[in-house]
Design a protein around this ligand. Structure first.
Ligand code: ADP
Ligand code: MG
Length: 782
């Protein structure tokens, strides 16, 4: 199995000073390779309070985060590397160690007020699910568990069957050891979380239970350990091996010690942990640090048993020492730092929980050797003598081009460790910045194939022309059909209406009027619809990257005639409804969440008040508090409503996702149908091609068209550019006669057609616009 030698990484984080707190004297030196934290102790304090009489203490850390360090930086530098290891199949642990109030919970879980204050657990969940989603090569399953250990008893914070109001109500977790001395936790539920949201909701449930289970009597938050564990298993499709890993995120009990001048003025010989299990943790850690130690006293406490595979051995372990650096807490901070120094001595051997393919290893090592060689060449400055080849330069151009076009912020331009290539890239980039107009063009390929281009260009234009011809023909046929449909519909309507006589007297007028609302080429309408359908690669492929205007319009018309578009529209309506509902529920959830947080805050305030009261008035026992009880009951109520709303919300989400999938499917089918239809139509016209292309200038235009032209011309002043397009063919073509207005037939005689027109003025005008554009292309080429 692959092994990675790794010392436990130990970080320090200094909590911001409170407003009324006096700063202790310390300095941070984050200089590589050995960052250090120096604490200076006033002489009197050094004499009286701390064993050792030194005045200055220096501790080494992987890195020290001073008061202003933000949560995102903490996550990036401390938790992300561990999460990455866990994603790669190793186990990982992050634990926060420090006295009560030094920021353990803030660091691990986060602060409650601001979103930016969220701690390592939510950020890690977000990161992990992000990564899992990106990797489609494996099937991943994720579970979470949340365990609280108080007084050597384990409690499941996530059991959904229990509505805890006291810690005793939570399911008790016990440790079982099998014959192979593997640890099993009986009664600790593993909840599956398929996405970030589910996991966060579980965390929220656990934190609420953790809070509720706490009373002033047990001071659970400072005396218990909380272990949030993310379990990941992965499997390649079709493979039998499963890779499992877990990440423990541990909020330890407060590390404060009993002061030397103990209860009743007795002088204690040695500072002792309030929490015995931290003492056992220290013993385990010391034992792990000692060479040739065969016995590690894991079994002494529940916490060390649970973390057994996460402190030494098969694990990437990271510790965060949280420090409060005000004067009153300096001594505790020194204790924390000392503990950290002992932890830093442990060397872990992280073992990948799986066998690795040796061939893959060879490939990796080869790559590593090559990388090292490259690096060496770079460092020694030994330049390769030969210039980059033409081919290499073209490759670089392509790389730069792709890199510039890639919107992914994580994309990188990797040209290897070749100074010549790196320099070339910079030169190219500079050119692009200075001459943005030519940015799309290649630096080198410009002068290489100049003449080849013009030939290619010609061929391309020819192809384009052919394509447009086909499009015009398909569209015309389509228009005819639409037109016929409208006519049929109308005549049906008229057959049953009394207005049939009007139609006979003036067919063209009534036709035009009744048609106009449902005219088939309302571009705006078509666009509205098409914008709701994402362009699939499928469609653009057939038309060589971009969909031409003609093809697009044909698609719009095709869509309207297709039964599936009704399904799409229906689903769109439904989806919108569901979205609105989900939004409402989401708002409601937030409301309830805020309420709960508010109530929690009230309880804490209450507890602080009562604690203060107990200090000033020691004779009064801390007893049952009705106000607090009431607040807890209110939280219970809110939790219930949270649950019901959440389950509705979740159901809705599933429905929305389902609907979206459905729509995607129908859209895909529609586009496929269109693709088939379009290519068949194109084939048809390809066969008829000679007749269609040869005589664009001698188009015979039907009387109806001429009439519609005249009908249009009075408006020509309002839109000259459009109308001039319509008028021109009429002037150019000698065959057009203006006086032939009396012809009543609406069916074009097929023998005299070279350009089929529909008889609908607007549609015909559209067709002529196509023809005009086509002529323009021909003229440019001629
Ligand atoms: P612990 O869990 O070690 O007992 P907490 O995390 O509860 O300590 O921190 C005590 C208080 O200090 C909390 O109100 C917390 O919000 C605040 N706090 C701790 N660390 C920070 C920090 N880095 N930035 C801002 N506030 C902090
Ligand atoms: Mg805490």
């Amino acid at each position: 199995a692959a092994m990675v030698k790794e010392t436990i990484r130990v970080f320090a984080r200094v909590k911001p000073l409170g407003r009324r707190q006096q700063a202790g004297s310390y300095s941070v030196d984050n200089e590589e390779p050995l960052p250090s934290l120096e604490i200076t102790v006033p002489r009197d304090l050094a004499d009286g309070f701390i064993n050792n009489k030194r005045e200055s203490y220096k501790f080494k850390f992987q890195k020290i985060f001073d008061q202003e360090a933000k949560q995102d930086v903490i996550f990036d530098s401390i938790a992300k590397p561990v999460a990455e290891c866990v994603l790669a199949g190793y186990n990982g642990t992050i634990f926060a160690y420090g006295q009560t109030g030094s920021g353990k919970t803030f660091t691990i879980t986060g602060g409650a007020e601001r979103y930016s204050d969220r701690g390592i657990i939510p950020r890690t969940l977000s990161y992990i699910f992000d990564q899992l989603q990106k990797d489609s090569s494996k099937v991943y399953t994720t579970h979470v568990s949340y365990l609280e250990i108080y007084n050597e008893c384990g409690y499941d914070l996530l059991d959904p069957r229990h509505e805890a109001s006291r810690m005793e109500d939570l399911p008790k977790v016990t440790i079982m050891e099998d014959s192979d001395q593997n640890i099993h936790l009986k009664n600790l539920s593993l909840q599956q979380a398929t996405n970030e949201e589910e996991a966060l909701n579980l965390l929220f449930l656990g934190d609420t239970n953790r809070m509720i289970a706490e009373t002033p009597m047990n001071q659970a938050s400072s005396r218990s350990h909380c272990i949030f564990t993310i379990h990941i298993s992965s499997k390649e499709p079709g493979s039998a091996t499963i890779r499992r890993s877990k990440l423990h995120l541990v909020d330890l009990a407060g590390s404060e010690r009993v002061a030397k001048t103990g209860i009743g003025g007795h002088l204690l010989t040695e500072a002792k942990y309030i929490n015995l299990s931290l003492h056992y943790l220290e013993q385990v850690i010391i034992a792990l640090a000692e060479k040739n130690r065969s016995h590690i006293p894991y079994r002494n406490s529940m916490m060390t048993s649970v973390l057994r595979d996460s402190l030494g051995g098969n694990c990437m372990t990271t510790m965060i020492s949280t420090l409060a650096m005000d004067k009153g807490n300096i001594d505790e901070s020194i204790s924390t730092c000392r503990f950290a120094q002992r932890v830093a001595l442990i060397k872990n051997e992280a073992v990948l929980n799986e066998e690795i393919d040796p061939r893959l290893m060879i490939v990796q090592l080869r790559k590593e050797i090559q990388d090292l060689k490259d690096e060496l060449a770079l460092v020694t400055g030994k330049q390769r003598t030969s210039e980059l080849s033409q081919e290499e330069l073209l490759q670089l151009d392509d790389l730069i081009d792709t890199f510039l076009k890639d919107n992914d912020p994580d994309s990188s331009l990797d040209v290897g460790a070749d100074m010549r290539k790196i320099k070339y890239c910079f030169v190219h980039m500079k050119q692009i910045i200075n001459h943005p107009m030519t940015s799309g063009q290649k630096l080198l390929s410009q002068d290489i194939s100049e003449e080849k281009n013009s030939n290619e260009e010609l061929e391309k234009l020819k192809g384009l022309l052919q394509q447009r011809d086909n499009e015009i023909n398909i569209l015309v046929t389509m228009l005819k059909k639409e037109k016929k449909k409208a006519r049929d519909a109308l005549s049906q309507l008229n057959a049953t209406s009394a207005a049939s006589t009007v139609l006979e007297q003036s067919p063209s007028m009534s036709l035009e009027e009744s048609q106009s609302p449902s005219r088939c080429f309302s571009l705006k309408e078509a666009k509205d619809f098409s914008s709701s359908i994402p362009r699939l690669p499928l469609l653009s492929r057939t038309t060589g990257g971009k969909m031409s205007l003609g093809c697009q319009e044909a698609f719009e018309v095709f869509k309207r005639g297709h039964a599936d578009s009704i399904t799409i529209e229906d689903n769109k309506q439904l989806l919108k409804q569901r979205f609105d509902e989900a939004k409402c529920l989401g708002e409601k959830l937030n409301e309830v969440r805020n309420k709960i947080n508010h109530l929690k805050g009230k309880i804490i305030q209450r507890q602080i008040q009562r604690a203060a009261l107990a200090v000033s008035n020691p004779s009064e026992e801390l007893t049952f508090d009705a106000v607090e009880e009431n607040l807890r009951m209110q939280i219970e109520e809110e939790k219930k409503s949270y649950k019901t709303v959440y389950s509705r919300f979740k159901g809705l989400k599933v429905e929305i996702e389902h609907l979206q999938l459905l729509m995607e499917k129908v859209k895909m089918k529609l586009q496929k149908d269109f693709e088939v239809w379009w290519s068949e139509e194109a084939k048809k016209f390809q066969q008829k091609k000679p007749e269609m292309v040869t005589s664009p200038n001698t188009a015979t235009v039907y009387p109806q068209f001429i009439r519609s032209l005249q009908h249009l011309s009075p408006n020509s002043s309002s839109d000259t550019s459009r109308d001039s397009l319509y008028e021109e063919p009429a002037v150019k073509n000698n065959s057009i006669t203006f006086g032939n207005r009396t012809l009543k037939t609406r069916t074009p005689p097929s023998s005299s057609t070279s350009i089929p027109l529909t008889g609908d003025s607007q549609a015909d005008a559209d067709i002529l616009a196509f023809i005009k554009a086509r002529q323009n292309i021909l003229q440019k080429k001629g």
